[in-house]
Design a protein around this ligand. Structure first.
Ligand SMILES: Cc1cc2nc3c(=O)[nH]c(=O)nc-3n(C[C@H](O)[C@H](O)[C@H](O)COP(=O)(O)OP(=O)(O)OC[C@H]3O[C@@H](n4cnc5c(N)ncnc54)[C@H](O)[C@@H]3O)c2cc1C
Ligand SMILES: *[C@@H]1O[C@H](CO)[C@@H](O)[C@H](O)[C@H]1NC(C)=O
Length: 420
């Protein structure tokens, strides 16, 4: 009988999980290591270890209509695409409306989550936490929802680049980047064309002397605005489109989408043309990048190869001199240091999860990881659905397939992802 559920983290995933546990008659207890809710949307002036960190100007890339929780619309005076501080405010309103704060223990870090000796019968866990006075506490729970975020550990591949130790400028990861103040009048290379790379290059280019944006694979770049000025995700994420994507040949869909994009700005002329097709990877959402390229404020570069003193060398042999700083927007890896290492089964030394949520060999299935996925749309309502499913599995109202079946699914999804 599952009753008490530990929720690790009070970001938007954690808040949704608390709400859904209460809906299902469970007793959630949430542990949050910081002193506030909101997770990565709670902007801090300095990045904190093991936690996601955002830049001051960050504006969401999904519209308010699509990203709100199903039972709590966004305030009507919000713009369609809001600043990060307004999204945090929305999460405050959500927590207040459903009275969620009373389930949260702030400044309490989960150190470890361990199966109890009688786990195969009870499904219970022992959770060790450290409170704000440094005291260790032990708790027993019937189930665990892990909502600790996954943009937490920056990957800075410096040693991949020849001569990096000779570089006289500053190297930093986007995790450390807050605003463009330090880059006024400077010559800056931004590496990586994910969403952050595009945003940061555009922002720096407004005050820097010159900004170079280096890309390994190129990117299909879309604005937040679709036909008739409708928010992109509202225009695209529709059942009818899902049906069409399944019926029509992929090459046709790609051809049509790429043609429409190239009609706005030819991705070859703009130095953006990716090797991959439109539907194969995540797109870059950026309203300003093509304009900054058109004005010469941003110059596109291919893969970064190495450094020589103040010079930066690119794969095509070009060299940019007197570079003051390189900002690496090279992504993150997810780590769950508090989970038992036995959950990192399989050959890949990472937590192996069925549908990105359930460790396949846990019997009974009383632990799930939330929000550990990429969607071509907003994360919040997706996590809400995922949490409802997880709770139903805890309660035995929904069943997982056999371990063998789950491992098969994991492997085939993995193969598909690697291909992409
Ligand atoms: C730059 C950027 C922009 C994005 N923009 C969008 C967007 O526009 N739209 C969208 O849908 N998605 C966006 N995303 C995706 C984003 O991941 C989700 O929006 C979402 O905020 C993730 O929330 P979360 O609750 O899962 O994790 P987080 O917000 O990271 O929260 C995790 C929480 O867990 C706490 N925690 C961690 N470890 C422990 C521990 N051991 N003990 C106790 N507490 C712990 C942390 O302190 C934190 O409060 C963006 C991501 C990034 C990086
Ligand atoms: C929004 O930006 C985040 C962070 O870069 C990214 O993970 C997510 O996929 C983006 N969403 C969309 C719909 O492109």
């Amino acid at each position: 009988m599952v009753r008490r559920v530990a929720v690790v983290g009070a970001g938007c995933s954690g808040l949704a999980c608390i709400k859904i546990c209460v809906d299902e008659g469970l007793e959630p207890v949430c542990f949050e290591s910081s002193d506030d809710i909101g997770g990565m949307w709670n902007f801090r002036e300095t990045p904190e270890p093991d936690r996601t960190s955002i830049y001051r100007s960050l504006v969401v890339n999904t519209s308010k209509e699509m990203m709100c929780f199903s039972d709590f619309p966004m305030p009507s005076d919000y713009p369609n695409f809001m600043h990060n501080s307004q999204l945090l405010q929305y999460f405050r309103l959500y927590a207040e409306h459903f009275d969620l704060l009373r389930y949260i223990n702030f400044q309490t870090t989960v150190r470890s989550v361990l199966q109890r000796p009688d786990f195969s019968l009870s499904g219970q866990w022992e959770v060790v936490t450290i409170n704000k006075n440094g005291q260790e506490e032990r708790h027993i729970f019937d189930a665990i929802l892990v909502c600790s975020g996954h943009y937490t550990h920056p990957t800075l591949p410096l040693s991949d680049f020849q001569g990096h130790e000779t570089f006289s400028g500053r190297c930093l990861h986007s995790w450390e980047y807050k605003d463009a103040n330090a880059f006024t009048g400077k010559r800056v290379v931004v590496v990586g064309t994910g969403n952050s790379g595009g945003d940061i290059a555009v922002e720096i280019s407004r005050s820097a002397e010159k900004t170079f944006l280096s890309t390994r694979q190129g990117a299909w770049v879309l604005g937040r605005m679709s036909t008739n000025g409708v928010p992109l995700d509202i225009a695209v994420i529709k059942r009818i489109n899902n049906v069409l994507f399944q019926l029509l040949p992929k090459t046709l869909v790609n051809w049509a989408a790429e043609r429409a994009l190239n009609n706005k700005y030819d991705h070859i002329l703009y130095g953006l043309k990716p090797k991959h097709r439109h539907m194969e990877r995540n797109l870059m959402i950026n309203d300003d990048l093509p304009g900054r390229i058109l004005q010469g404020a941003i110059v596109m570069k291919n893969n970064l190869e190495g450094f020589k003193d103040s010079r930066v060398v690119f794969e095509d042999g070009t060299v940019e001199k007197n570079i003051d700083a390189v900002v690496f927007c090279t992504g993150y890896i997810a780590k769950f240091p508090f989970l038992p290492s036995t959950l990192s089964e399989g050959p890949y030394e990472e937590v192996t999860l069925y549908k990105r949520a359930f460790p396949p060999s846990l019997q009974p299935p009383t632990l799930a990881v939330m929000g550990l996925f990429q969607v071509k749309g907003p994360l919040m309502p997706t996590v809400e659905m995922q949490a409802r499913w997880a709770v139903k599995v805890f309660l035995g109202q929904s069943r997982l397939p056999t371990k063998e079946k789950m491992l098969d699914v994991i492997e085939s999804e993995r193969r598909r992802n690697m291909q992409r």
